[in-house]
Structure formats: structure tokens, C-alpha cells
Design a protein around this ligand. Sequence first.
Ligand SMILES: NC(=O)c1ccc[n+]([C@@H]2O[C@H](COP(=O)([O-])OP(=O)(O)OC[C@H]3O[C@@H](n4cnc5c(N)ncnc54)[C@H](O)[C@@H]3O)[C@@H](O)[C@H]2O)c1
Length: 325
Amino acid sequence: MPLILNREDVISVLEMKDCINILEDAFVELSNGTAKLPLRTAITPPNGLSLYMPAYLQEMNALACKVVTVYKDNPEKHNLPTTIGKVLLQDATTGEVICIMDGGYLTAVRTGAVSGLATQFLARENSQQVVGVFGAGVQAQMQLWAMCEVRDISRAIVTDKFPEASQNFAKLMSTKLSIQVDIADNPDDLLSADIICTATSSPTPIFDGTKVQNGTHINGIGSHSPNARELDSTVIKRSLLIADSYEACLAEAGDIMIPISNGEITKNHIHADLGEIVTDKKTARSNDEQITIFKSNGLAIQDAATAKLIYDKAMAGGIGSTVEI
Ligand SMILES: NC(=O)c1ccc[n+]([C@@H]2O[C@H](COP(=O)([O-])OP(=O)(O)OC[C@H]3O[C@@H](n4cnc5c(N)ncnc54)[C@H](O)[C@@H]3O)[C@@H](O)[C@H]2O)c1
């Protein structure tokens, strides 16, 4: 009988630090060839987008598929969220479905966690760092949480198109993380931060890449379609660029695909993928002056590894309910 985990069950067992650690193992598997990661499949019904994201991690014994839908009219017409996600976890030995869990919180935490992992390897190591956060939605919250797990963060600065969103973010995150969270007077204020996380819904670049200071590490997580980008060509050209996956970045990331199609960079500008960095196959930052960028599109191995972590913790804690299907 599969275990059913609702959003509250997932929240009760999933911690950012654990997720960062399990994702390190997942990216090692990806780099060492023990993971299967097909590109996600997209279907576009008339009103929405449905994405199917399967993955298998052999060493971790994690076999899962996430289904995520994005229906923009949902809140207004059906009183449902825009984005809905569920993860189906299987027993890798028998193929049997062992768990169905809510995927919303899982997605947010694993998206924060992969930026945390990248930041751990790529950001400068000095203490008392400042984080600039573009966007104040749920992904932005998780980005900041992850930064606080891997670096000594003294302060964050946030900006959003909607001042109310920034205010809510500052109140919530300063309490949750016990750090000072300021609202930027001007978005350019964020460009002096040590670490920048871009987690907006903007389809066009959100800052001028000439103004980014040397030594900055950037996690770009918001856009993941070929025609949308948060980062301009200038900052991409100035940076040591790390992909979550070469294949995903060259098929889905406008931040990289647009400068390639404009002839501003070639695909060789991608220095490494995250798996190559965590397994030491490629070098990370080589000096304190480099700008580093981690481009995240969101990979199904992140979902599979996180789902397995959640399942194991829920089983150990007697959390969730079972149903006969
Ligand atoms: N890489 C991944 O794995 C991954 C995973 C999940 C979501 N995402 C993406 O992350 C983004 C954020 O997701 P969310 O769920 O937090 O969305 P959200 O809609 O809750 O928040 C996005 C915020 O960005 C703000 N914004 C838009 N343009 C801006 C700009 N130019 N400057 C500052 N703020 C701006 C919006 O006002 C909004 O508050 C989306 O694009 C989503 O598709 C990526």
C-alpha cells in the first residue's frame, strides 16, 4: 500500500541542510554515470503546461517521477494554485509505487538546496557575507535559507516588483533565519552583495551585468525556457559559468541560449556542470576576482533524491497514511 504524504507531512520532515547533502550525492551519481536523467517531457493542453520529470539514482536506490502543471488561469477561474506538483516514488527493485507525495514544498526546498550546494563550492569563503535576492516569492525564500546553511550570512537585501512582496519576505525571513533582511531602495543596491540569487518570474534581464562586482557568486534559478532570461549577456560573458546540466542549459535556459544564438558566446563558455565541480573533475573558482554563475533549470534527479529522503524520514517517523490502490 503506497504511503501518502501531504504538504504538511513533507514540511514536517524536510530540512534544507539534509537536502543539500543528499543533492551532493545525487550530483556525484550524475557525474559518475549511475544516474538516469532524461530531459523533461512537456505537454501543452489548451490552458496550461504539464511537465513529466523522471529520474533514477542507482546508488541511492531512488526511482521517481514528478508531474508539475502550470495553469495560469487556475487561481481566478478554479480557485486552484497556478503550479501543482506531485511526486510518485517507486521501489527500484520491483517497480512498485511506494509513495505519492505533494511536490510543492519539495520543489522549493530542492531548488534552494541545489543553489546551496553550488554556492558551497563556488562562492568566496570570507565571513559575514551579504546576499542580494531578486524576487520575493517562495523560491526566493528558499534561496536565502540555503545560503544561510552554507555561508556565514550577516544580512540580506531583497527587491521585488511588488513592494508588498518584499515587505512580507523581509518580515518572514528575518524571523526564520535570525538575520537582518533589508528592502532595497534601488535594485542596483543588490549588486554590491557577495552572493546574488535571482528567483523572479521576469522573462527579461533584471539587472545590468556591467554593474556586478568582481568576486560575486550568482545563482540564477528563475527562468528555464529558451526565450526567457533573468541574466543579461554581459554578466554571462564576464562569468565562470556552471550549469546544473549541459543538456538542460542548452535546451531550456534562455540565459545561455539567447547569448549563444546572438553569437555573443559559444556553448564552450559553459565551464563545467555541477557534478564535475562536486567530484573535482573541473576546477571551481580560481581566484577572488572571478564572477561565478550557477544556472539552475531544475533537474529530476533533485526531485528523486529529495523524494527518497522524505520517504525514508517519514517511514522512520511514522508519518503519513496508506491507501489501497
Ligand atoms: N530552477 C528551478 O529549479 C525552479 C524551480 C521552481 C521554480 N522556478 C522558477 O522560479 C521563479 C520564481 O518562482 P516562484 O514560485 O517564487 O514565483 P512567484 O511568482 O511566487 O515569485 C516571483 C516573484 O518575482 C517577482 N518579479 C518579477 N519580475 C521581477 C523583476 N524584474 N524584479 C524583481 N522581482 C520581480 C514577482 O513580483 C514575484 O513576486 C519562476 O520563474 C519559476 O518558474 C525555478
